[in-house]
Design a protein around this ligand. Structure first.
Ligand code: PLP
Length: 377
């Protein structure tokens, strides 16, 4: 049996990892500024994480949502406290797409409507509704085509007002990333998020903050939407939540009332997933990782902006996009194969930095030194 070949692969096998360092099978060391796509939040193989998961595995790894799982209650309390949304409710699932899928369903259950507003450049996942709300026709299968989703231009306040003027009574939800990741590190403006909040209030539509990539402390705030000083109705989260263990969730405002059977999942919120998520929050709090993300991120952004040849540097905290001109399309590959630094990318030519939130200043400097060489070719 062969693997279903959907991923273009780098010819590298990672066999060991610690903090922001990984090693391949030949013993070559790499600096990891990609974090396996924004997933590694507290660093690879963090001792507290390994201990908590190992101890939990030895006790009980999984039981279904048909019994009480006190770890879920501990997680919801801790998440409420660290995110500052103590009165919200937590539903646990397994991936970012599933989180968005559930958020969109919940919105539609809530107000009984069908129209979803999404934005140009958005990525919300690959399952049914999530992929329909993703601005990439190539990955939308015919069965996922729907007239229920409308894509509006990102950060265009007039277009949004006009749309609500015409269709406001039909809108179930507006879904938006605080910072578009796949879209190339494009930040939603404060006033745009504030306008979404006020239009959703006016028309009883649901504001869904897709925080799968930009959330969980990455920008120095727990949710990047916090920057606008508004509260979303539902926050979706995944990637950094389990530091590599598949766990995701939605944080749901008090106005949503659950009923038995409304949402569900077999694996969501299992014992191991909760142990992973709890250990991430414990480390984030104990080691002040949000502060570190803000500080090191700001340093990187300022230093990158000084480098000649860079078109634009965008982002916040440790979610950074380095926009390069077309002639520098080889920089990402050179960083990996010549300088042994993992980074992410976005089309057409943006290098995405999504490192662990405890990246040190020395590691940031190491990257900057190598990047300056790589950009010279
Ligand atoms: C903003 C955003 N939403 C949703 C998803 C989907 O997450 P998953 O791949 O865990 O389903 C992603 C994944 O990259 C993402 O960046």
């Amino acid at each position: 049996m062969n693997l279903f070949d959907v991923y273009p692969l780098n010819d590298i096998e990672i066999v060991k990892a610690s903090g922001s360092t990984v090693w391949d099978e030949k013993g070559q060391e790499y600096l990891d500024l990609y974090g396996g796509h924004a997933v590694i939040s507290i660093g690879h193989t963090h001792p507290h994480y390994v201990k908590r998961l190992t101890e939990q595995l030895a006790k009980v790894g999984f039981y279904s949502n048909s019994v009480k799982i006190p770890l879920q209650v501990q997680l919801s309390e801790k998440l409420g406290q660290v995110s500052g949304k103590t009165d919200y409710q937590l539903f646990l699932c397994n991936s970012g797409a599933e989180a968005n899928e559930n958020a969109l369903k919940l919105a539609s259950f809530y107000n009984g409507r069908k129209k979803i507003v999404a934005f140009k450049g958005a990525f919300h996942g690959r399952t049914s509704l999530a992929v329909s709300a993703t601005d990439n026709p190539k990955i939308i299968a015919p069965v996922n085509e729907t007239t229920n989703i409308d894509f509006l231009p990102f950060n265009d306040e007039e277009a949004l007002k006009e749309y609500f003027n015409q269709n406001g009574q039909d809108v179930a939800a507006v879904i938006i990333e605080g910072i578009q990741g796949v879209g190339g590190i494009q930040e939603a403006s404060k006033s745009f998020l504030q306008l979404i909040r006020s239009l959703c209030d006016q028309y009883n539509a649901v504001y869904i903050a897709d925080s799968v990539q930009c959330g969980y402390g990455r920008t120095g705030l727990f949710y990047s939407h916090d920057y606008a000083g508004v509260q979303a109705d539902i926050y979706t989260m995944a990637k950094g939540m389990g530091n590599g263990f598949p766990v995701a969730g939605i944080s749901i405002a008090p106005k949503f009332k659950p009923w038995h059977g409304m949402l569900g999942t077999t694996f969501g919120g299992n014992h191991l997933a909760c142990a992973a998520a709890l250990s991430v929050l414990e480390i984030m709090e104990q080691d002040n990782l949000m502060e570190n993300a803000a500080e090191i991120g700001e340093y990187l952004i300022q230093e990158l902006r000084k480098i000649e040849g860079v078109k634009e540097v965008r982002g916040r905290g440790l979610m950074i996009g380095i926009d390069l001109p077309a002639e520098l399309s080889q920089v990402k590959k050179n960083l990996l194969f010549q300088h042994h630094i993992f980074t992410g990318e976005a089309k057409p030519n943006v290098i995405r930095l999504l490192p662990a939130l405890n990246l040190s200043k020395a590691q940031a400097d190491q990257f900057l030194d190598k990047f300056k060489i790589a950009i010279k070719g």
